[in-house]
Design a protein around this ligand. Structure first.
Ligand code: UT7
Length: 325
């Protein structure tokens, strides 16, 4: 049976130039390199310069993804951009990226699911591509999380960084089997009752301010491993594959201990886990596509590989996708 699939034909990532080490942070807040490394695995993170908006980061990642796919901005008819740090309250950052890239009139909008944003956005774009409504879609995760930090709160400000990652999705004919290239299955979740564990304390319709990130880290941690594992199992079932079939696990890069915990719980070999948290920290919606881009550019991830991506963040939201590259 012939089916239309959304195939990832290009991946790209962008990290701003400025690198902030744990030692740099220990000069502004009561922390130290040993604590941060031991509890999170993070050694450094990137920070956008003052004149860089999140759309600028997104544009750089998108250009790389388009080049990898052999496409140009003129081909793009859909942009779905996941961010929790938009340039403006409106228009959507996706619309700004469309203008900056010079794409023709098409569909462009943002998805807000915080750290799970890219996983959500990929499934939303799949709804267009696999139904024949888009021939060339950009799915972008881009964040300037450092702009949401309370630099007096050592429990959060050491954890996040800035960056962007993007993939190009194009329609491809499949046979309706797990050998098809494309998005094969997914599972998305949100539990709004857990809002107070991770949120930003400002917004246009409440305080009229942007606000700062607040997190009860150890409580989020407790939910993370269990929730993520459940969504991964559901996504694998939806795709009709088993965890043993997975070639590469590309998790949300929030904390090395969560990453290890999930891999262990699922019986996933550590050598199959793409890990960038040490040098990227938590880049929220950008984290999965950035790690994906790194795995492709260093030659580990190859065409035909079966990938498992997952993320969890504010909402609480979480989810996973199974993709054959
Ligand atoms: O992407 C969205 C999802 N987010 C996450 O997945 C984050 C999940 N949570 C975590 O990764 C971890 O909970 C943290 C890394 C945030 C914290 O690690 P923890 O092992 O849960 O530490 P804790 O919050 O229980 O704090 C332990 C101690 C506290 O001191 P006392 O009360 O025991 O004296 C904290 O004040 O560590 C202290 N502490 C720090 N010490 C040095 C907290 N932050 C720091 C710091 N440097 N930066």
């Amino acid at each position: 049976m012939s089916v239309l699939r959304s195939v990832v034909t290009g991946v790209g990532g962008y990290l701003p130039e400025t690198v902030v080490t744990n030692d740099d942070l220990s000069k502004i807040v009561d922390t130290n390199d040993a604590w941060i490394q031991e509890r999170t695995g993070i050694r450094s993170r990137h920070r956008a310069s003052e004149d860089q908006a999140v759309s600028d980061l997104a544009v750089e990642a998108a250009k790389k993804a388009l080049a990898a796919a052999g496409r140009s901005a003129a081909d793009v008819d859909l942009i779905v951009l996941a961010t929790t740090t938009p340039d403006l309250t409106f228009p959507a950052t996706a619309a700004i990226v469309q203008r900056k890239l010079g794409c023709p009139v098409g569909v462009a909008f943002d998805v807000q699911a915080v750290c799970s944003g890219f996983v959500y956005a990929l499934t939303v774009a799949d709804g267009f591509v696999a139904r024949g409504h888009s021939k060339c879609a950009l799915v972008i995760g881009a964040e300037t999380m450092t702009r949401l930090m309370d630099w007096t709160d050592r429990g959060t400000c050491v954890l996040f960084g800035d960056g962007a990652g993007a993939v190009v999705l194009e329609p491809g004919e499949g046979q309706g089997t797990t050998a098809d290239r494309g998005l094969l299955g997914f599972a998305l979740r949100c539990d709004g009752t857990k809002q107070d564990l991770l949120y930003v304390d400002g917004g246009p319709s409440t305080t009229g301010t942007v606000g700062k990130l607040r997190m009860l880290g150890n409580q989020v941690f407790k939910h993370a491993v269990i929730n993520i594992s459940e969504a991964i199992t559901a996504a694998a079932n939806h795709a009709g594959v088993t965890i043993a079939d997975i070639d590469w696990f590309i998790p949300h890069q929030a904390n090395q201990r969560i990453l290890h915990g999930v891999a262990h719980r699922l019986g996933l070999d550590e050598s199959k886990v793409i890990q960038t948290v040490a040098h990227h920290a938590n880049t929220s919606a950008a984290s999965v596509p950035l790690a994906w881009a790194e795995g492709v550019s260093d030659g580990r991830i190859k065409k035909g590989d079966l990938l498992l991506i997952e993320a969890m963040g504010g909402g609480l939201t979480w989810g996973a996708c199974v993709v054959r590259l």
